[in-house]
Design a binder for this molecule. Structure first.
Ligand code: SF4
Length: 353
């Protein structure tokens, strides 16, 4: 006879108010909710029995009904350039990839927010994977709290698998936990949310979140952009820019545009000129990203570094701040556009201690 145990609900992802409901239901004092929030979100403690300022009896009762919800990576891969890629399990049995990128005094984690993605950008492995489900707040936070390099983190970018504005409730909730006093009290300046552009979510994000925004632009001409990013057809770049102009970008919150440079396709003066025209009057920066070849994909070519530098200089000389983003983790498929969990090709890591 097989014995299957039903997984317990997890505390990770709950707000202090929700934790208060939990502790009161279990007959614990209301102040235990604050203690719990600090153990989980400040100290990253995954073992209820080690929450030493909660009574032994209360810990026992809590552990009978709940798990914290942290789970170590299922597999990992390390690049020659120091970038690491991790495979995390989700609460409903899927997997997602998370990338840690060390850089001098910075440590950036690139987190996923969905299993796959609905946006179907033709240059992206996740887009090819299709959409398999949303990540919960716990699934998103687990990629950060259970990251082996957690102590080295200085920045979090929502640029992994999935479209953050398509799972906005969970993304906003996760960022609120990170910024809260009961958590790491992170500044929103250390968190960037990236989007291909979703009408429903963009205004809400702009109104509700103080975090930085990055827009995947990739081509300034509507028809050409729509050919590689179907999202353009339902919410055009022109409409997005109209909305972005309504907000103040001269303060702490930063606006950036991501531009993958496809060799011979979007790297000429014609594109640079149109970009300058589109972005004029908007306080922003443009990040040029090198295209990484995908398996069985011959529509795109890698960019010539000299042309990329000329493109950057064209923008810079016309007062559009522009940088070429260093490409990281390409040898382990961790670079931009290469994340994919449909068919796993990475080796299991050593068992978590
Ligand atoms: S580039 Fe981003 S939005 Fe487009 S398919 Fe990939 S993950 Fe989705």
């Amino acid at each position: 006879m097989s014995t299957t145990t039903t997984p317990k609900p997890v505390l990770l992802g709950m707000t202090p108010e929700e934790l208060k409901t939990v502790v009161l239901e279990l007959g614990m004092p209301a102040f235990s909710a604050k203690q719990l929030a600090q153990w989980i979100y400040q100290k990253g403690e995954g073992d209820i029995q080690r929450m030493s300022n909660i009574s032994v009896a209360a810990r026992k009762k809590l552990a009978e009904h709940y798990d914290v919800g942290f789970s170590a990576p299922l597999a990992e891969q390390h690049s020659a350039d120091g970038t690491s890629k991790y495979l995390f399990g989700t609460l409903d049995g899927h997997t997602v990839e998370t990338v840690f990128i060390p850089d001098d005094d910075r440590g950036t984690v690139c987190v996923s927010c969905q299993v796959g993605c609905r946006m179907a950008c033709s240059f992206c492995m996740t887009g090819r994977q299709g959409f398999q489900g949303q990540l919960s707040v716990a699934d998103i936070l687990n990629q950060i709290y259970s990251l082996p390099e957690r102590e080295r983190l200085t920045n979090i970018v929502f640029m992994g698998q999935g479209e953050p504005l398509d799972n906005l409730d969970a993304v906003l909730a996760a960022t609120r936990h990170l910024m809260a006093d009961y958590g790491w009290a992170w500044s929103p300046r250390r968190i960037t949310v990236s989007t291909a552009g979703l009408r429903k979510g963009l205004k809400r994000f702009l109104d509700e979140s103080p975090c930085h925004l990055a827009i995947s632009l990739h081509n300034p001409f509507p028809e050409e952009r729509a050919a590689i990013m179907p999202a353009e057809r339902s919410y055009s770049l022109t409409e997005m820019l109209e909305l972005l102009h309504e907000y103040d970008w001269t303060g702490q919150r930063r606006l950036s545009f991501e531009y993958i440079v496809f060799g011979g396709q979007n790297d000429s003066n014609r594109y640079a000129r149109e970009l300058v025209r589109l972005l004029s009057g908007l306080e922003c920066r443009v990040n040029l990203i090198r295209w990484h070849a995908l398996p069985d994909e011959d529509r795109f070519r890698e960019a010539d570094p000299v042309r990329m530098a000329a493109f950057r200089d064209y923008l810079t000389h016309r007062n559009v701040r522009c940088t070429i983003r260093a490409s990281r983790g390409q040898d382990i498929d961790a670079a931009c556009g290469l994340l994919n969990t449909k068919e796993q090709n990475i080796q299991p890591s050593a068992p978590a201690l």
